[in-house]
Design a protein around this ligand. Structure first.
Ligand SMILES: *Cc1c(COP(=O)(O)O)cnc(C)c1O
Length: 387
């Protein structure tokens, strides 16, 4: 089989088993003592991930924590960063945002007593175009910025593959007094995110797509350094948000941990964290810059091959500029249907199928290719999705 579906679930690195087995062994041999006596003491396990994860997303260690799952983190971030008032309560997202994100922001609007339709502003592509345009975002913010509490954009749009300029969006939002956050599920491990310098207030991502950390694995979360010690931000807390030094005295009044760690609630699932640790160690060994460089070459080569087909029914909707995309190419195929996907499957190519966008006049299939090379030993991984 040719596995081209790593955008949905990344493949298992060879060393993952070893990392998980280590924890299973410590659990078998040490029981509860594994928290302190294990080879990698569980009490500190999340800290083993922080530095490399911060490097992968371009953040400072104090700004990053691995915890919970993605949509859950998005909600926890909105508890702190979506603070609607009677006049400034709207949320701006990109049209064609990943459904979970749309459902999450709609439910936040309802939770605060607002209408989830009226309160949601969509940044849409222009008629006849596929990609969102920054001038349109400026126009929306100029006209309605004072009513927008939160700008929440997918760092790389899952549908078109458009890698947004996070810094530019953040500056536009902040200029109008909006909080700005990003869902980087399709960005983490795929593109150079530079989250710290983007100035974004928060970001979230998952680790099971481009970061190959296993089904349903934990999410990463970024909170900008300027919020690290802000104890006035509203948040939901648990014992893992409490000062590590006094956490186990169990009777103390709550004492907020500084930085992104302070958003944790629970002691984390170590087995999934072991899989993340294995994966980011592969990223570290390969060198993230090397990975990006190879990814750009592969994607460019693939684009060249598609253009060489010279078929007017086939159109790449992903930006052609390498800085405006990751390893994804979304391709519209006119007059094609699911049969195209089935043929690919029969040819031994594992891929995703999603319902096409409603467009009755022009039946078409959108194929998204995710070509990325992860060089670990001789492992080569490509990603592919059919919408
Ligand atoms: C994959 C993905 C999700 C999935 O959310 P989970 O909570 O991990 O199930 C949400 N948002 C985006 C943008 C995604 O790409």
């Amino acid at each position: 089989m040719i596995y081209l579906c790593g955008n949905s679930l990344g493949l298992q690195p060879k060393i993952t088993k070893e990392y998980i087995n280590q924890e299973l062994e410590d659990w078998a041999n040490l029981g509860v003592e594994g928290h302190t006596e294990g080879k990698n003491p569980w009490l500190h396990y999340h800290e083993f991930l922080t530095k490399t994860m911060a490097e992968v997303v371009g953040a400072k260690p104090i700004e990053v924590v691995v915890m919970n799952t993605l949509t859950a983190n998005l909600h926890f971030m909105m508890v702190s960063f979506y603070k609607p008032t009677s006049t400034r309560y709207k949320i701006l997202i990109e049209a064609d945002a990943f459904p979970s994100d749309k459902y999450a922001v709609e439910s936040q609007l309802r939770h605060h007593g607002f209408d989830d339709h009226e309160g949601l502003i969509l940044w849409k592509a222009r008629e006849g175009e596929e990609l969102a345009n920054y001038e349109d975002l400026e126009t929306i913010l100029e006209a309605q910025g004072d009513t927008i509490a939160l700008v929440m954009i997918g760092g790389v749009n899952y549908y078109t593959g458009q890698f947004f300029d996070l810094k530019r969006i953040t500056e536009l939002g902040h200029k109008k007094g909006c909080v700005v956050g990003f869902d980087c599920a399709h960005g983490a491990g795929n593109v150079t995110l530079d989250l710290h310098n983007s100035g974004a207030d928060f970001a979230v991502w998952c680790t099971y797509k481009y970061m190959n950390s296993g089904p349903g694995s934990l999410s990463g979360c970024f909170v900008h350094e300027r919020h690290a010690n802000n104890k006035d931000l509203n948040r939901f807390t648990g014992w893992w948000s409490h000062n590590k030094q006094t956490r186990f005295r169990m009777r103390d009044a709550f004492d907020q941990l500084p930085g992104a760690e302070g958003w944790q609630l629970s002691n984390p699932p170590i087995l999934s964290m072991a899989a993340i640790r294995a994966s980011i160690d592969v990223f570290k060994a390969a060198g993230f810059d090397n990975l990006i460089e190879k990814s750009k070459k592969l994607t460019g080569y693939f684009e060249f091959l598609i253009h060489a087909l010279d078929n007017p029914d086939i159109k790449i909707i992903t930006p052609s500029h390498p800085e405006e995309r990751g390893c994804q190419l979304s391709i519209q195929v006119k007059n094609a249907d699911r049969g195209l996907h089935d043929q690919l499957t029969q040819a031994g190519v594992i891929s995703d199928w999603r319902e096409p966008r409603c467009d009755s006049l022009c039946p078409r299939t959108i194929i998204q290719f995710f070509s990325r090379c992860l060089q670990y030993g001789r492992a080569i991984e490509n990603h592919f999705i059919v919408v």
